[in-house]
Write a protein that binds this ligand. Structure first.
Ligand code: M6R
Length: 353
């Protein structure tokens, strides 16, 4: 059941701290800074890595590829429906990682079959033990999120982010102490967001807008895409996510005082400061700005509202910022009276190509 929640989606959003602890259990050792993934004990090859996935899982794959590249491992992510061995170089030196919550998505299954046929080593990152993807691949890394009933993927995305972070540690050299420390804090940070979020108020203010934009850079770019997908999926409002730097290459033409822009600005690095500059461009067009921020830059000066996340590293911030956007989507769809757990035209598991 829904344990007293109106919708499975809300229940699953609130289950995230537990789901993330479950994903981490027994897999990290803070003292030695090591990550142990028993399921991948036999894993041989390591690079280049190709991720294949659809929808929300593709956004997690983008996040995973960024993590790997940052650690010196060549990695790319592909939409499974666009993946074809005719065009994409894949052979026995490639590690192909299918990211799929259900483990049954037809497009992803096809890509994994092609990868196997080409002799690649394959891993399924999935929530479903014994699923088609788990059986097709050489290895299965389970995200352990527990069953997800709502069509909108929520806790499974967060668990994919954590599982892919662990995978990136396993596939790269170098110390993992910092990452492990950050991951240890994430479940509590997500709980803090759940306990303090102002997303209900922001939803009330903007639910009637016809278009919403989400911008982010680096690790927050997939979160911008995911925020937009979640909103369109359950509210039926038009929403787009952009890499913050792309705004001025076209989308800025759509930005007016009618279009709220959600800017993901966390950390204090070059990426964050560049995104603040993009926020100023948006503000100059009189667009309402909601900053999703940990307060490390002065983005609040240019924002109408703030959705706060705890200070963390890039990984933690990408997880907690996404939780804010999940709540935003949920409350907008709730205000609009949508069928939140079963949006029109959509299925939980897409078994046709
Ligand atoms: O089961 P999968 O992770 O392979 O599903 C992929 C997509 O169909 C799925 O993530 C979809 O985009 C979600 N409904 C989004 O909330």
């Amino acid at each position: 059941g829904k344990s007293g929640y109106d919708h499975y989606m809300r229940k699953e959003i609130h289950e995230q701290p537990t789901a993330l602890r479950q994903c981490l259990r027994g897999r990290v050792d803070e003292l030695t800074g090591t990550v142990t993934l028993e399921e991948l004990d036999e894993l041989e090859s390591s690079s280049p890595v190709q991720f294949v996935a659809c929808g929300t899982s593709y956004h997690a794959a983008l996040f995973g590829a960024t993590l790997l590249r940052d650690r010196g491992v060549p990695a790319q992510s592909f939409l499974a429906s666009e993946y074809s061995t005719d065009r994409i170089p894949v052979d026995s030196s490639t590690l192909v990682v299918g990211v799929t919550q259900s483990g049954e998505t037809a497009d992803t299954m096809r890509a994994l079959r092609e990868a196997n046929r080409a002799g690649a080593e394959t891993v399924a990152v999935t929530n479903t033990v014994g699923s088609s993807a788990a059986r097709e691949c050489d290895h299965a890394l389970y995200i352990r999120a527990g069953p997800e009933i709502g069509v909108a993927a929520t806790k499974t995305f967060a668990s994919q982010q954590v599982a892919l972070t662990l995978l990136a540690c396993r596939l790269s050299d170098g110390s993992n102490h910092d990452v492990i420390r950050a991951l240890r804090d994430v479940p509590d940070q997500v709980q803090t967001v759940l306990d303090t979020s102002q997303a209900t108020e922001i939803a009330a203010e903007y639910a009637e807008s016809d278009a919403f934009f989400f911008i982010g850079r680096g690790y927050q770019y997939p979160v911008a895409l995911e925020g937009a997908l979640k909103l369109k999926e359950i509210s039926y409002r038009h929403a787009e996510g952009f890499a913050a730097g792309e705004l001025k290459h076209g989308p800025l033409a759509l930005v007016t005082e009618e279009t709220p822009v959600f800017a993901l600005v966390t950390g204090d690095d070059e990426r964050a400061h560049k995104t603040v500059s993009n926020v100023k461009e948006v503000e100059a067009r009189d667009a309402p700005v909601v900053a999703v921020t940990d307060g490390q830059t002065d983005v609040e000066r240019y924002a109408d509202h703030v959705l706060e996340v705890p200070a963390s590293n890039e990984i933690g911030a990408a997880i907690t910022a996404n939780v804010q956007l999940q709540l935003l989507s949920y409350w907008i769809a709730h205000r609009l009276g949508r069928s939140i757990d079963k949006p029109r035209h959509l299925a939980k598991s897409v078994t046709v190509e």
